[in-house]
Design a protein around this ligand. Structure first.
Ligand code: PMT
Length: 409
């Protein structure tokens, strides 16, 4: 049997060099917020601004938030005697142009090099993420749409603007999206697309089994592990469906979210979506039992003890294991407090899975609710003990194994 200890992944954008190009839109103030978020995550941010961007927000704001000098001029004096746009494009991991005005889209799509941002993008051999923001008519104009098409054909990643009320007073598409959307686009652009074209179904969260209109039986689960897996799979290029029990988490961008309450609802959603899926990952904490009947009216308190009749829910993972389509990879989870390997092997066999991820749930930094996890990956011929790391890092390590299993098909 092969054993391995895999080193912890760096979480998210920590240590990533981001070169942000801010252009002249009212949404420039939101880009300042994004710099704060990036710095909070320990990304290394350098900002370039056009003159019109400086009409909206002072370069001093970006200098203070990023902790770095802000670049504005193509021909400014450079102490190292190298042109700013060449240096900037070399010394970064990714370029983020946000907000990108209609004028900027036009410049970049036509390969113009008449200001610092356009020349830097032209000179860069790094991923480029562009977030358009403008009035809705300007955005929908065929000229802008053609520019967007052309930019896509260069391999740049375009982030769709949000819809809603715009600064100009109109309603429509054109708002700079929330930071979470841009963050996912950055992480996606920095990640190898090794699940490109694959459909991945992930389950997350608890299920609720109704007892009466006011009460239910449930399991502990915040959904964090499952949501991290769904995001990680999406960043690797997969088309992701997330079947989620009731949790307090935002819908991850770019993912089809199917909300369910009970185990039976989860079962029908999973069986439907698993049909065309290359991979199914079951991180949900599904209730094994449900009340034999859900009372129509609230159960009244009585003097004598009360007994609950419970019936077993179907095991969704085992059903998938019995009916799997050729080549489909099935990943299950197990929340355990002891005998991790034995429990992992038992569930691997009983449920017909390819991989069981065993969580330690006794520690205060692993398992339910927390942002970190410590898991053992149990496969037929291999056991991998992962160290404590973020759920984001754990998700990536699980998907590394999934990709390896897909390649072995
Ligand atoms: O959501 P978080 O707060 O981040 O916590 C994450 C987690 C600890 C809930 C998660 O990582 C986890 O371990 N989920 C599985 C919990 C569990 O103990 O499952 P189980 O041992 O009851 O089931 C084993 C596997 O069978 C699981 O993949 C489960 O989804 C699946 N199952 C179980 C019962 C059932 N009726 N149908 C199923 O498909």
């Amino acid at each position: 049997m092969k054993e391995s200890i895999v080193k912890s992944d760096k979480p998210g954008l920590q240590g990533v060099r981001v070169l942000l190009g801010v252009t002249g839109s009212i949404a420039a103030y939101k880009a300042a917020e994004w710099v704060r978020e990036l710095v909070k995550e320990e990304a290394l941010v350098t900002v370039m601004m056009t003159d019109s961007a400086c009409e909206f927000v002072s370069s001093l704001t970006f200098a203070a938030l990023s902790g770095n000098r802000v670049y504005r001029q193509m021909f400014a004096e450079d102490p190292e005697g190298v042109m700013a746009h060449i240096n900037l494009s070399r010394d970064t991991d990714i370029l983020l142009i946000a907000p990108a005005t209609a004028q900027t889209l036009s410049r970049l799509s036509h390969g113009m090099g008449d200001d610092l941002i356009s020349t830097t993008v032209l000179a860069a051999r790094k991923p480029v993420v562009i977030c358009p923001a403008m009035n809705t008519n300007m955005f929908l104009h065929p000229a802008s749409q053609q520019n967007l098409e052309r930019l896509r054909s260069y391999g740049y990643q375009l982030v769709d603007p949000d819809s809603g009320s715009l600064a100009c007073g109109e309603e429509g598409t054109g708002r700079l999206p929330e930071w979470d959307v841009a963050r996912e686009a950055l992480l996606g652009a920095l990640t190898l697309n090794d699940l490109e074209g694959r459909k991945v179904v992930v389950t997350a969260g608890p299920t609720r089994e109704a007892l009466d209109p006011a009460r239910y039986l449930t399991n502990r689960s915040s959904g964090k592990m499952g949501y991290a897996l769904a995001r990680a799979a999406r960043r690797r290029g997969a088309k992701v469906t997330l079947v989620s029990g009731p949790v307090d988490l935002d819908a991850p961008p770019g993912i089809e979210l199917v909300r369910v309450q009970s185990a039976r609802q989860m079962e029908s959603a999973v069986l439907e979506h698993a049909q065309g899926a290359a991979v199914v990952v079951k991180a949900a904490a599904v209730a094994d039992y449900r009340p034999a009947t859900a009372q129509e009216h609230k159960i009244k308190k009585k003097a004598e003890p009360m007994h609950l009749d419970l019936v077993k829910n179907n095991d969704i993972l085992a059903t998938l294991g019995q009916n799997r389509r050729p080549g489909q990879i099935l990943v299950g989870f197990a929340a355990e407090s002891q005998n991790h390997r034995q429990e992992g092997f038992r569930k691997l066999t009983e449920k017909g899975a390819d991989l069981i991820v065993v969580n330690d749930i006794l520690g205060s930094t692993t398992g339910f609710d927390v942002d970190t996890n410590q898991v053992t990956l149990v496969e037929q011929n291999q056991v991998t003990e992962l160290p404590l790391m973020s759920k984001e890092g754990t998700a990536n390590q699980i998907l590394n194994r999934v990709v390896a299993l897909l390649e072995q098909q």
